[in-house]
Design a protein around this ligand. Structure first.
Ligand code: LLP
Length: 443
C-alpha cells in the first residue's frame, strides 16, 4: 500500500520532495521536527469522501453529507480547505469550534461532539447556531434544554447511540461497545429513553441519531452492522411516536495504511456497501430515507501528512538472540508522535535528504525524551550509513500527530506547514523558547 501522499517524489540526487518542495529546503526554512501537509492530497481525500458517498447514496435517490472530524488535524486554514471541498466540520471542544469558525465555517455546517461538554461550550454552540449538537447523556439533555430556553432558541440535537458493535484498531479507540464512556446504549434502552426525552423537550429539536464505532476500522461489515442497528432504532422510534427522525450520522473510523505492509479502507467500496445496507434498512422499515452523514478524520488528514526529523545520534545495539539493531535518534519523539507509545502504532521511515547505496539494516527510530518507550518507528530497515545531520521522513503522520503533541521535557512543539505547487505555508507555527518562558510564571 502507498503510505506517502500523492505528490511525494524522489529527485535525481535521492532527496524527497513533497508538494513540489525539497525536503532539505523545507527543513532549512522551517526547522525540524516539522509536520508537512500535502494540501492537494488532503483536499483530494476530502473531495473523494464527499463524491464517493454522494454517488453511492444517489444510486438510491438519497443524500449523504460528509463532516471532517477536525480532531485529526485542525487549523483555521485547514477548516477553510474542508469547507471549499464541500464538507462540514465536526468539532469536539470549544477550541476546535473556535478554529473552525475562524476558518470561515458557518455554524450551521458544524457538528458539536463531546461526552462532557461544559456550559460555556454549549452556550457558544447555541450562540453561533451550530447545526447539530450531539448529546451524550441524560444530564446533557437536561442542561442543553435549560440553556436553550435561557437563550430563547431551539437546539438541533442528535443523540449519540452506543450500538454494541465492537470495532477499531486498539481498545483505546473503539467507542461503541458497552463498557466505555461514550453514548447511550441501544441494548439497555438508554438510547430510546434519551430519544423520548429530546422529543418531548420544547427547547430541543430531535434531528436524529449518531454513532461512531471506533477508529482505524478495516472491515466494512462493522459499518454495515452499525448502520443496520441504527436504522432499526429509527424505525422502532417511528413506530412508537410516529416521528421519522430526519438524520442518521454513522461517524468516522476509516482505516489508513501506516506501513507498506498494512491495508487501508477502500473508500469507494465502503461507500457502496454502506449505502446498500442503509437502503435495505430503509426498505425493511417501510420508512422514508433519512439524510445520512459520516465523519472521517484520519482518512483525510493522515496520509496527507509526514514528519521530517533531523538525525542526531546513531548507535548499534546488540540484540539478545544475536545480531544488532541500529538506533537512530531524531530531534523529536513521543512529544510529536504519541501514537507509537499509546497504541503500539506502527510506522515506517525513509532517508529524505540524499540517496544511500549502503545496505539497509534493522533500525529503530527513537526520540530525545527521557524514557525508553520514546519510540517513533519500532522496526524499519534504514541504510547503515545514516548519520548525524541526515533528514528522516515518517509518512502518514497527518492525523493525531500535532493535535496530540505535548511539551514533554519542555521541548517545543513543531510547526505544521502546507506544501503545494512548490510553495510552503505555515498553518500552525512552531513553539518558541519565548513561548515556553512566557507560559512559565516566575516568582
Ligand atoms: N467522529 C467521532 C464522534 C469521533 O469520536 C471520531 C474520532 C471521529 C469521528 C473520527 O474518527 P477517524 O475517522 O479519525 O478514525 N487518537 C486516536 C484516535 C481517536 C479518535 C477519536 N474519535 C489515534 O491516534 O488513533
Amino acid at each position: 500500500m502507498a503510505v506517502w501522499s500523492q505528490s511525494v517524489a524522489r529527485a535525481d540526487d535521492g532527496a524527497l520532495a513533497v508538494g513540489g518542495c525539497d525536503a532539505r529546503a523545507l527543513a532549512a526554512e522551517h526547522g525540524t521536527p516539522l509536520y508537512v501537509v500535502d494540501e492537494a492530497d488532503f483536499r483530494a481525500r476530502a473531495r473523494g469522501f464527499r463524491e464517493h458517498f454522494a454517488a453511492a447514496f444517489a444510486r438510491h435517490g438519497a443524500q449523504c453529507d460528509v463532516f471532517y472530524a477536525s480532531k485529526a488535524l485542525l487549523s483555521s486554514q485547514i477548516a477553510s480547505w474542508v469547507l471549499d471541498e464541500g464538507l462540514g466540520v465536526d468539532v469536539a471542544s470549544g477550541g476546535e469550534l473556535a478554529l473552525a469558525l475562524r476558518g470561515g465555517v458557518p455554524g450551521g455546517r458544524i457538528t458539536l461532539h463531546g461526552n462532557n461538554k461544559s456550559d460555556a461550550e454549549l452556550i457558544r454552540a447555541l450562540e453561533v447556531g451550530v447545526g447539530r449538537i450531539v448529546v451524550d447523556s441524560m444530564t446533557e439533555i437536561e442542561v442543553l434544554g435549560a440553556l436553550a430556553a435561557a437563550a430563547g432558541v431551539v437546539a438541533p440535537v442528535l443523540v449519540r447511540v452506543t450500538t454494541g458493535v465492537h470495532a477499531g484498531g486498539h481498545e483505546h479507540i473503539a467507542t461503541s461497545h458497552e463498557d466505555q464512556k461514550f453514548g447511550l446504549s441501544l441494548a439497555t434502552g438508554a438510547a430510546l429513553d434519551a430519544l423520548r426525552a429530546v422529543h418531548v423537550s420544547p427547547r430541543l429539536e430531535l434531528r436524529g441519531i449518531h454513532t461512531h464505532i471506533g477508529s482505524q476500522i478495516l472491515s466494512v461489515d462493522a459499518f454495515k452492522d452499525s448502520a443496520e442497528r441504527m436504522l432499526r432504532l429509527r424505525a422502532d422510534f417511528a413506530v412508537e411516536t410516529g416521528y421519522e427522525m430526519p438524520e442518521v450520522d454513522l461517524g468516522g473510523g476509516y482505516a489508513i495504511a501506516y506501513t507498506p505492509e498494512s491495508e487501508s479502507m477502500d473508500v469507494e467500496r465502503a461507500s457502496r456497501a454502506i449505502a446498500d445496507v442503509v437502503a435495505q434498512g430503509v426498505e425493511a422499515a417501510g420508512a422514508g430515507w433519512p439524510h445520512i452523514s459520516i465523519e472521517p478524520g484520519r482518512a483525510i488528514a493522515g496520509p496527507a501528512g509526514m514528519t521530517l526529523y533531523t538525525v542526531g545520534v546513531t548507535k548499534d545495539v546488540a540484540l539478545d538472540g544475536g545480531g544488532s539493531r541500529q538506533y537512530v535518534a531524531v530531534d523529536g519523539g513521543m512529544s510529536d508522535n504519541m501514537r507509537t507509545i499509546t497504541y503500539g502504532a506502527e510506522y515506517t521511515a525513509a532517508l529524505a535528504n540524499r540517496h544511500s547505496g549502503a545496505p539497509p539494516v534493522l533500525s529503530r527510530v527513537v526520540g530525545k525524551h527521557c524514557e525508553s518507550g520514546d519510540i517513533v518507528v519500532r522496526d524499519v530497515d534504514l541504510p547503515s550509513d545514516i548519520a548525524r545531520g541526515d533528514l528522516l521522513a515518517v509518512p502518514a503522520t497527518g492525523a493525531y500527530g500535532r493535535v496530540m503533541a505535548s511539551n514533554y521535557n519542555s521541548v517545543l512543539r513543531p510547526a505544521v506547514v502546507a506544501v503545494r505547487d512548490g510553495r510552503s505555508r505555515v498553518l500552525i507555527r512552531r513553539d518558541t523558547m519565548a513561548d515556553l518562558l512566557d507560559w512559565d510564571v516566575p516568582l
